[in-house]
Design a protein around this ligand. Structure first.
Ligand code: 13P
Length: 264
C-alpha cells in the first residue's frame, strides 16, 4: 500500500564507510527484529540499507536466509561492465548479489573523488543496464545556495544525470543539500519541498508525466527521528536518505516508523 500519490515511501540508510561485515549482520538482524516487534508494515514504508561493498555478500545471505523484508544496495557503481579498472565494482556484480538499488553521485563522491556530472550519467546508465535502481544524488553547497539559490544546482545535476535515461526507467532521486549533510542543520521541510517540486518538473519535462508521477524523491541531510515527519508531510518528498542516524538502531527504526510516532 503506497501513499495516496501511489509512491511507496522509501527510508534508505547510507552507512558510508561504517560497519564491517560482522557488524553489518548484527545490525541488519537487530533492525529487522526491532521493526518486526514494533509491527512495522513494510508494504507502507520500504526500508533499504547501503552497506560498504565488503558487507554486501553477508547482508544478502542473511536477508535471503531469514527472508527479511529489507532491501539493500551499493554506495557506488562503476560506469564499466568489467575490465582493467582497479578498485571499481561492476553493476553486474551488484546485481548478482541481489542488490535492488545503488547510490550514484553522492556529494562525498563528487567532492572527494571529483566525480563529474558526465561520470554520474554514465554510472546511472550502467546501473539501469544491470537492473539496479539508481538513487541519483543531487544537491547544492552553501556557496551555490548563496550564489544561485536553492534549486539551480540540483536541477542542473539532475538534467545531466538523466542524459542516457529513457522514459521507461525506474529511478529514485535524492535531494541532499551539501550544507545539510552531517552538519546537524537539516533543510526545512519547506526548503526540501521547494527543490523536490522543481526536480519533479525536470523529470516531467525530460521523461514525461508518467515517470515524474511515479519517481520517488528523497530528502537527505541531517534527517533524524525528530524531524522526519515534517519532511514526509510534504507532497513531493517520498522518503529519506539517512546518513549518521542510520547507524543508530533505535533512531533509524524510529525514522522508518515515522507514521506511528507522529501521526502523519
Ligand atoms: P547525514 O544524515 O549524516 O546528514 O548524511 C546524509 C547523507 O549524506 C546520506 O547520504
Amino acid at each position: 500500500m503506497a501513499a495516496l500519490n501511489g509512491r511507496l515511501p522509501l527510508i534508505a540508510g547510507n552507512w558510508k564507510m561504517n560497519l564491517d561485515h560482522l557488524q553489518a549482520i548484527a545490525f541488519v538482524q537487530k533492525l529487522a527484529w526491532s521493526l518486526k516487534d514494533a509491527r512495522h508494515d513494510f508494504t507502507t514504508v520500504e526500508v533499504a540499507v547501503f552497506p560498504p561493498f565488503t558487507d554486501l555478500r553477508s547482508v544478502q545471505t542473511l536477508i535471503a536466509a531469514d527472508k527479511l523484508p529489507i532491501v539493500f544496495g551499493g554506495q557506488d557503481v562503476s560506469a564499466h561492465d568489467s575490465g582493467a579498472y582497479t578498485g571499481e565494482i561492476s553493476g553486474a556484480f551488484l546485481s548478482a548479489l541481489e542488490c535492488s538499488y545503488v547510490i550514484i553521485g553522492h556529494s562525498e563522491r563528487r567532492t572527494l573523488h571529483n566525480e563529474t556530472d558526465e561520470q554520474v550519467a554514465a554510472k546511472v546508465s550502467a546501473a539501469l543496464k544491470h537492473n539496479l535502481v539508481p538513487i541519483i544524488c543531487v544537491g547544492e553547497t552553501a556557496e551555490d545556495l548563496e550564489k544561485h539559490g536553492p534549486s539551480a544546482v540540483p536541477v542542473a545535476q539532475l538534467r545531466a544525470a538523466l542524459a542516457g535515461v529513457d522514459t521507461a526507467a525506474d529511478i529514485v532521486v535524492a535531494y541532499e543539500p551539501v550544507w545539510a549533510i552531517g552538519s546537524g542543520q537539516a533543510a526545512t521541510p519547506e526548503q526540501a519541498e521547494q527543490v523536490a517540486a522543481q526536480l519533479r518538473s525536470v523529470l516531467a519535462e525530460l521523461l514525461g508525466q508518467d515517470v515524474a508521477g511515479k519517481t520517488r524523491i528523497l530528502y537527505g541531510g541531517s534527517v533524524k527521528a525528530n524531524n522526519i515527519a515534517g519532511f514526509m508531510r510534504e507532497p513531493n518528498v517520498d522518503g529519506a536518505l539517512v546518513g549518521g542516524a542510520s547507524l543508530d538502531l533505535t533512531e533509524f527504526a524510529n525514522i522508518v516508523r515515522y507514521q506511528k510516532h507522529v501521526g502523519v
